[in-house]
Design a protein around this ligand. Structure first.
Ligand SMILES: Cc1cc2nc3c(=O)[nH]c(=O)nc-3n(C[C@H](O)[C@H](O)[C@H](O)COP(=O)(O)OP(=O)(O)OC[C@H]3O[C@@H](n4cnc5c(N)ncnc54)[C@H](O)[C@@H]3O)c2cc1C
Length: 382
């Protein structure tokens, strides 16, 4: 593996870091309390091209690879994991179109993202979270239209999205081949986004249900062909998991920085607490776990960039490892800050709340472990 980043990668990372320190970090606590989406900051990120970096250049993006995207997502998340999740959800909404859409669809929807619009991916349903195949939303073809009915839940960006990519059944008899993906535009009659989630963390990203009631869309909004849905959504989630892992790194990095600073300022028993060996052990473990997760995220990203064979396993490994790591590291950051770490007047309790979701979304860490073990058994079949 070669981690000699190019000057373009490093300058993009530095530009993102500057943006985050100027525009995201100063408002993160306020939007966490309000539980509101910071649209103005998002538009500024879009103006810098940060919300569509991986779009191909011919559609107005920067065409960066997954490794570069991972660097950027870590930086965004170091500022605020909710903000980074909103950017990530745009990518999740667009990827099925990028993988399977027509040129017309790609251009039309790339214009939305490059113009500072938002996308969302509508997959999860009240009775179909981990069990994707149990989705019940239907899309019935009627002439040159589809009629969609169903309810999605926990959809990041849904209330602010210009386009929601919806996973629905087109052939109930065809099992996994009976699902298709559709683009549903904001304002389409029959589309609504009720039930805003009052979340524990990543509170500035907005999350709600998506209800489709006799929602009529043009047949040209089908992405790819009927029956492509499962394939498109799995490919989307695999790449998305590398970005989720990268975002977990940013939260852990931020928590570690706060802990390192505090450990040098806080005096107990006549010396800064970092001079107590048990605190040193915590600092060392936090640093090791974070760096190990970072290597795994970069390794997975580079495997995708090289079209390697074991990308799904590596994506699950990095998402799962980084998701568990960030919960541990943010918890230890609170421990280092002692009682102050538990106070909302200090930033690390927010980071701990933000961290938990990395074990849950984009496939829970239990599901990641089943994917990893399944791949390992297939690779070592006796
Ligand atoms: C903040 C947030 C944002 C989200 N954003 C989006 C989004 O933008 N788009 C979208 O479509 N979804 C989104 N989700 C949904 C998320 O992907 C699901 O919550 C997740 O897939 C788990 O589904 P579930 O909540 O129904 O849990 P369940 O699937 O009901 O799982 C409950 C528990 O059982 C375990 N479990 C379930 N099945 C198995 C199994 N086979 N083996 C072992 N353990 C199992 C799980 O690991 C978990 O611990 C979001 C969720 C959150 C919290």
């Amino acid at each position: 593996m070669n981690y000699n980043f190019t000057s373009d990668q490093l300058s993009l990372r530095d530009m993102t870091r500057n943006f985050v320190e100027q525009e995201v970090m100063p408002i993160a606590a306020e939007y966490d309390v309000k539980g509101e989406f910071p649209m103005e900051a998002f538009k500024k990120a879009a103006d810098l091209g940060l919300t569509c970096l991986d779009l191909p250049e011919e559609w107005g993006g920067a065409g960066v690879d997954l490794l570069t995207t991972a660097l950027i997502r870590e930086e965004l998340s170091r500022g605020d994991a909710g903000f980074s999740s909103a950017v990530g959800a745009c990518g999740l909404g667009f990827k099925p179109i990028a993988f399977g859409g027509s040129d017309y669809q790609k251009r039309k929807y790339a214009d939305v993202v490059t113009g500072g619009g938002l996308l969302a991916l509508g997959l999860t349903e009240p009775n179909a979270g981990s069990d994707v195949a149990n989705n019940k939303t239907t899309a019935v073809k009627q002439g040159d239209k589809y009629v969609l009915n169903g309810r999605k839940c926990f959809i990041t960006n849904a209330p602010v999205a210009d386009i929601i990519t919806i996973f629905a059944i087109t052939d109930p008899e065809a099992g996994a081949k009976g699902f298709s993906m559709f683009m549903v535009e904001k304002g389409t009659p029959g589309l609504s986004t009720p039930n805003h989630e009052n979340k524990m963390g990543i509170r500035c990203s907005t999350t709600s249900d998506v209800v489709l009631e006799d929602c009529v869309i043009p047949a040209e909004n089908l992405i790819g062909r009927e029956g492509d849905g499962f394939k498109l959504v799995m490919a989307t989630l695999a790449k998305g998991r590398v970005c989720a892992g990268a975002s977990a790194l940013g939260v852990a990095q931020c928590a570690l920085e706060h802990a390192l600073k505090y450990a040098q300022q806080r005096i107990q028993k006549g010396k800064p607490i970092y001079k107590h060996q048990l605190i040193q052990g915590k600092i060392a473990d936090m640093g090791m776990q974070l760096e190990a997760a970072r290597q795994l995220v970069w390794r997975a990203a580079m495997a995708f960039d090289a079209n390697a064979a074991d990308t799904d396993k590596l994506a699950s490994m990095c998402k799962c490892f980084a998701g568990d790591m960030v919960v541990k590291v943010t918890s230890e950051a609170i421990q280092i800050l002692g009682g102050y770490g538990y106070s909302r007047d200090y930033p690390v309790e927010k980071l701990y709340r933000d961290a938990k979701v990395f074990q849950l979304f984009e496939g829970t860490n239990e599901i990641q472990r089943t994917i990893i073990a399944g791949s390992m058994i297939r690779e070592y079949k006796i």
